[in-house]
Design a binder for this molecule. Structure first.
Ligand SMILES: O=c1ccn([C@@H]2O[C@H](COP(=O)(O)O)[C@@H](O)[C@H]2O)c(=O)[nH]1
Length: 278
């Protein structure tokens, strides 16, 4: 792959607008869509979401956990979602939140970031809580393969605060130290580095200094977790142009009708786009 992930993401967002639509096959949603809680139901759910959304949104984010819950056949469905989502023109961010010591991280990088692997989308979410440096094999694989990573910095769930807002020996919050490590890797990249961050749209006042990041920010928590356009503006301020709001259940609840799913994604995009004119 020739173009960098930062360049591909910038092009996709310019063409389609800033939205990451999640594919989270919750058992409750499968039931609401009239589907069985088995691999056949999972497959129908996920591929309907791909059909509805992959031609519309810049980024699709399948949540790996809901596929893994069905074992190897569920993972095979995830592989189809990745392949078919990309074929239909969306960038696919696999939300797997992997993290481990460096030597094991190399295997995750082979699985999620290396050309030819059936689980490799365009980017993957990673956890830095074994130390940002433990992600080095993934950082290298991402650059070599034109792919991206999104590193958890300040997540949307309230329980995260005690860990992520704790301070390191130099007085920085842990989340700020993750921002700074990502900024160091992204420095000088044009138009945008391939190391993104995950910062929830729900986090409220956070005090993070994001001006040097030079990378994308995935903002889950939009919709079902309570954040809307006003929260995006308040949380991200000047960083808003690099923010990719992520919404799953709030869009998926409109299925299984394909047109209704598309309509929900478009309304979300319109609400987000209106922010740039405020
Ligand atoms: O901080 C985080 C990191 C990841 N997520 C994931 O995003 C979606 C959110 O789903 P909704 O239905 O829009 O609430 C889900 O896959 C989470 O695992 C997050 O919510 N917060």
């Amino acid at each position: 792959m020739n173009a960098s992930f930062g360049a591909r993401l910038s092009t996709a967002v310019s063409a389609r607008g800033p939205l990451c639509a999640g594919i989270d096959p919750h058992p409750g949603l499968l039931a609401d869509w009239g589907l069985s809680a088995d691999v056949a139901g999972l497959e129908r759910f996920a591929l309907t979401a791909v059909e509805a959304l992959a031609g519309e949104v810049a980024v699709l984010k399948p949540q790996a956990a809901f596929f893994e819950a069905y074992g190897s056949r569920g993972v095979a469905v995830l592989e189809r979602v990745i392949a078919e989502g990309r074929e239909a023109g969306a960038l696919v961010l696999v939300d797997a939140k992997r993290g481990d010591i460096g030597s094991t991280m190399a295997a995750y990088a082979a699985a999620y970031l290396t050309e030819g692997s059936p689980l490799a989308g365009d980017a993957v979410t990673l956890s830095p809580y074994l130390g940002f440096g433990s992600l080095d094999p993934a950082v290298r694989a991402a650059a070599e393969n034109g792919r991206g990573i999104f590193v958890l910095a300040l997540t949307s769930n309230p329980e995260a605060r005690t860990v992520q807002s704790a301070r390191t020996a130099d007085g920085k919050t842990i989340s700020q130290s993750i921002v700074d490590s990502a900024a160091e890797v992204n420095s000088g990249a044009d138009p945008l580095g391939g190391i993104g961050l995950v910062i929830g749209a729900t986090v409220g006042a956070h005090g993070l200094e994001l001006s040097q990041l030079n990378g994308p920010i995935l903002a889950p928590g939009y919709g079902a977790q309570g954040a809307g356009p006003a929260e995006l503006k308040a949380v991200f301020g000047d960083a808003l142009p690099h923010v990719l709001p992520a919404s799953s259940r709030d869009i998926l609840k409109h299925g299984p009708d394909v047109a209704a799913l598309r309509g929900a994604a478009r309304r979300t995009l319109d609400d987000v786009a209106a922010l740039s004119s405020v």
